[in-house]
Design a protein around this ligand. Structure first.
Ligand SMILES: C[S@@+](CC[C@H](N)C(=O)[O-])C[C@H]1O[C@@H](n2cnc3c(N)ncnc32)[C@H](O)[C@@H]1O
Length: 203
């Protein structure tokens, strides 16, 4: 049986390693937020791949591609499912870097990159099986309200930075915990992941 992590192709591993080194350099030399990769740590990537591959059949999304590091992890799940990850990036410079990442890692068949504000694209979608939200924290409430109604039963919304930005995101955490359509939990993986699983509708 094929496992998610045992046979990661070399072009993906090489690109991941180069990006981890670049990210560590950027964080230590004070590179501005606009330029640096701002990517998740590897343990978050592995956990996301596991969650995405266990979500019900249906579309896999990511909001906030940056240079494509988390999308590389998620591509392991999309390859296993025989589907494509759709990932959205607002900034043209970052979208260009992501395009280069996906080409070098040879995952263009598993990932569709959409350049633009994800908020303008979500209305095109009817249902979502899994979404990783990793954009600006000020937009999270708006994204939550757009995404959760489109999750299919058992579908997952996973959002980053719930421990690193606990204060900013406290109102959304309160909202998710009160939301009767999801089970919500914050897990101390990486910078803190909010995981919301959509419930079956009553009836
Ligand atoms: C924290 S970084 C994402 C890091 C990436 N998920 C990773 O781990 O490799 C956030 C990214 O979200 C993008 N972004 C912010 N608002 C967005 C929006 N409304 N639609 C699409 N992308 C957005 C930013 O330009 C930035 O590149």
């Amino acid at each position: 049986m094929k496992t998610l992590f045992s046979d990661i192709p070399k072009p993906i591993l090489d690109r991941m390693q180069a990006m981890e080194e670049q990210d560590a350099r950027d964080r230590s030399d004070g590179t501005s937020d606009l330029k640096r990769l701002r990517q998740i740590p590897p343990e978050t990537g592995m956990f996301l791949a596991l969650l995405a591959s266990s979500s019900p059949p249906g579309p896999l999304l990511e909001i906030g591609t940056s240079a494509g590091y988390s999308a590389l992890w998620l591509s392991l799940a999309s390859k296993l499912r025989g589907s494509r990850l759709v990932t959205y990036e607002l900034l043209p410079e970052k979208a260009e870097m992501a395009r280069e990442t996906f080409k070098k890692a040879a995952v263009e068949d598993a990932i569709e990159l959409v350049h633009g504000d994800a908020r303008g694209h979500l209305s095109e979608l009817e249902e979502i099986a899994f979404c990783f939200l990793d954009a600006e924290k000020e937009m999270y409430v708006e994204f939550y309200e757009l995404l959760v109604p489109k999750l299919i039963p058992g579908g997952l919304l996973v959002a980053d930075n719930f421990t690193s930005h606990a204060e900013t995101l406290a109102p959304l955490l309160k909202q998710a915990r009160k939301d009767k359509t999801v089970d919500a939990v914050v897990l101390p993986v990486g910078k803190g992941l909010l995981v919301c699983r959509k419930l079956e509708p009553d009836g």
